[in-house]
Design a protein. Structure first.
Length: 188
C-alpha cells in the first residue's frame, strides 16, 4: 500500500475534517453535594482539561519463550483525584464565596463536622464539545464529582496593572462518559 502523506493530502484532509480548537469547549454543568454553579458562574470558566483514560497492562505472560504484555480488565482515570478548572474571579468574589462554603460544608474545622459522604452519580459535571458554529457535537459527563479545593489568590497591590484575577478550583470524579450530538442536553 502506498502512503500518500504529502502536503497536498494534508491540505485536502484538513479542509474536510478541520482541527479541534481550544476555544470550542464549554463547561455546561457543575453540581455536586456541596457546590452547584449556575450558568452565570460557569460563564467565568476560563479553561480546563479533557480527561484521559488508561487500560493498564498487567504482569507479562510467558509463553513459548516469549514475554507478552496483556491488558488488564480494569480502567484508570489519570488525574481524577485532582481535576483543575480555571475561573475568572468576578468583582464581588461570588465564586470564591461559593468555593469557601463548599469547602466548609465538606469539613468545618470550627465544629469538626461536615458532609464527607461518598459521591453519587447524581454529582456531575458536563463539558460540551462545540463545532465552529458553537453548536454542541458531543458531551463529556463526569460522574461522582466532589469539590476538593480552591487555590489561594494572588494579588499585587504595588505593581498591578489591573489584570483580571483568576482562581483555580479542583474537583475529583469517579468516571466519565462521552455522548454524541444525538443526545439532548437538559442544561443546568
Amino acid at each position: 500500500m502506498a502512503v500518500n502523506q504529502t502536503i497536498g493530502k494534508f491540505i485536502q484532509v484538513a479542509g474536510q475534517r478541520d482541527f479541534a480548537r481550544d476555544n470550542l469547549f464549554r463547561i455546561m454543568q457543575l453540581s455536586c453535594r456541596n457546590l452547584t454553579l449556575t450558568e452565570e458562574d460557569l460563564v467565568y470558566a476560563k479553561g480546563g482539561k479533557l480527561p484521559g483514560r488508561v487500560t493498564p497492562v498487567g504482569e507479562n505472560v510467558k509463553y513459548m519463550g516469549m514475554t507478552l504484555p496483556y491488558t488488564r480488565s480494569t480502567v484508570e482515570y489519570p488525574g481524577n483525584n485532582d481535576y483543575e478548572i480555571v475561573f475568572y474571579l468576578d468583582k464581588d468574589s461570588e465564586l470564591v464565596h461559593k468555593f469557601e462554603r463548599a469547602s466548609r460544608q465538606a469539613f468545618n474545622d470550627v465544629t469538626t463536622t461536615g458532609d464527607w459522604r461518598f459521591p453519587s452519580t447524581s454529582d456531575v459535571m458536563t463539558i460540551a464539545v462545540l463545532d465552529i458554529n458553537l453548536d454542541p457535537i458531543e458531551y463529556i459527563t463526569f460522574y461522582g464529582v466532589s469539590f476538593v479545593k480552591f487555590d489561594e489568590l494572588e494579588f499585587k497591590i504595588a505593581e498591578s496593572e489591573g489584570t483580571a484575577v483568576e482562581v483555580k478550583a479542583h474537583i475529583s470524579y469517579l468516571y466519565y462518559k462521552r455522548t454524541g450530538s444525538d443526545t439532548v442536553f437538559a442544561g443546568v
